[in-house]
Design a binder for this molecule. Structure first.
Ligand SMILES: Cc1cc2nc3c(=O)[nH]c(=O)nc-3n(C[C@H](O)[C@H](O)[C@H](O)COP(=O)(O)OP(=O)(O)OC[C@H]3O[C@@H](n4cnc5c(N)ncnc54)[C@H](O)[C@@H]3O)c2cc1C
Length: 318
């Protein structure tokens, strides 16, 4: 019930206006968000990189409401690419297609995405297309497939959510190529017509998806690039120790090299697992979000774990 309310609040514009004005909310969000500016985010990225942890930057923002905003958001992403190239920082970037116009007009989004991909591929910067709620799944996959078929396959990847009933089929389609896939559970509240209602099924589907991705990685011999700029085919994105252990055991069982998969986690969450995996020789990539539009991202993190809500409320009294 609490999760439902928080998931609703993450999308409510009125709640965003109120909460973003609270100083203590800003302080709490700082646990999950690397700052409001690109300078702050790059400092965090360099620190993680210096400890052998790879990164993917996310300039927070989603669901723009005008063509101008969509173009501006794409310009901003290109600016991040240029900055990473100029500073020689091998970080990837994660983007949301609704940020560059998908909900407004798929054609505007397509133009923006192609501009981004041209700069990214030229600079050897990897772009991961995040997956949003199920109303955008097909449109996101369609645009992803169109950039792949235009020669950008090696510098882009997609996200699949194990909460969705369709995901196994999507993975099988994607695996007919050598597509880079991040598997996650899914952060959105979805109707039972499209998603598994029970957590147990979402977890089982996650493990099965992991197996499909690891099998394909072994088959095509995919591997993270030496500087971490280009990820391997499977990215296992979870903080769930049982899911991580399943991936480790399965990789071991099929004889997949440690660099043939990578683990991904969010900034500020389960740093103990991040360090332990890195120490065992696995590639670990941290998703580093930044920007002033932190509200929906932050409330989704609260929804995932009630303990975070108490952390949030305790900051009110400080
Ligand atoms: C790198 C990365 C990229 C992602 N990209 C997307 C995407 O494109 N689209 C999408 O829908 N979702 C995305 N997600 C979010 C994902 O779908 C889940 O909502 C989120 O990861 C929580 O699920 P979990 O796998 O960690 O498992 P859970 O079962 O939710 O949690 C397992 C354990 O992890 C820890 N944990 C989980 N969440 C939190 C938290 N917020 N605060 C503190 N501890 C926590 C707790 O110890 C918890 O017991 C991404 C997640 C990661 C790590």
């Amino acid at each position: 019930m609490l999760r439902l309310v928080l998931t609703y609040l993450s999308q409510a514009a009125w709640a965003r206006r109120i909460v973003q004005g609270w100083g203590f909310a800003n302080r709490t969000a700082a646990r999950f968000v690397a700052g409001e500016t690109l300078d702050e985010a790059i400092t965090v990225v360099k620190d993680l990189n210096s400890r052998g942890i790879y990164t993917t930057l996310d300039h927070l923002g989603e669901n723009v409401t005008s063509r101008e905003e969509a173009i501006l958001a794409a310009d901003e992403i290109i600016m991040i690419i240029n900055r990473l190239v100029d500073e020689g920082v091998p970080s990837g970037i994660s983007i949301k297609l609704s940020q560059i116009g998908l909900v407004l007009d798929p054609e505007i989004c397509r133009e923006n995405l192609f501009r981004i991909m041209e700069s990214a591929c030229e600079g050897n910067i990897f772009i991961r297309i995040d997956m949003e709620d199920s109303s955008l799944t097909q449109a996101t996959l369609d645009l992803f497939n169109s950039v792949r078929s235009e020669g950008f396959e090696n510098c882009t990847g997609i996200v699949i959510q194990s909460s969705l009933l369709r995901s196994q089929d999507d993975i099988k389609d994607l695996m007919s190529g050598s597509c880079k896939v991040r598997i996650c559970k899914g952060a959105y509240k979805e109707p039972s017509t499209v998603a598994f209602p029970k957590k147990k099924s979402v977890d089982e589907n996650f493990d099965r998806s992991t197996e499909l991705l690891l099998d394909r990685s072994l088959e095509i011999g995919s591997s993270v690039s030496p500087d971490g700029s280009i990820p391997p085919l499977p990215a296992i994105a979870t903080h769930d120790q049982v899911r991580v252990d399943h991936a480790l055991n399965y990789a071991d069982q099929i004889g997949l090299d440690k660099r043939g998969l990578e683990f991904q986690m969010l900034f500020g969450i389960r740093e103990d697992i991040q360090v332990s995996l890195h120490d065992q020789g696995y590639a670990v990539r941290v998703y580093v979000p930044y920007g002033s539009e932190w509200y929906p991202y932050f409330v989704r993190r609260l929804a995932e774990r009630p303990a975070n809500l108490w952390f949030f409320l305790s900051n009110f009294f400080r």
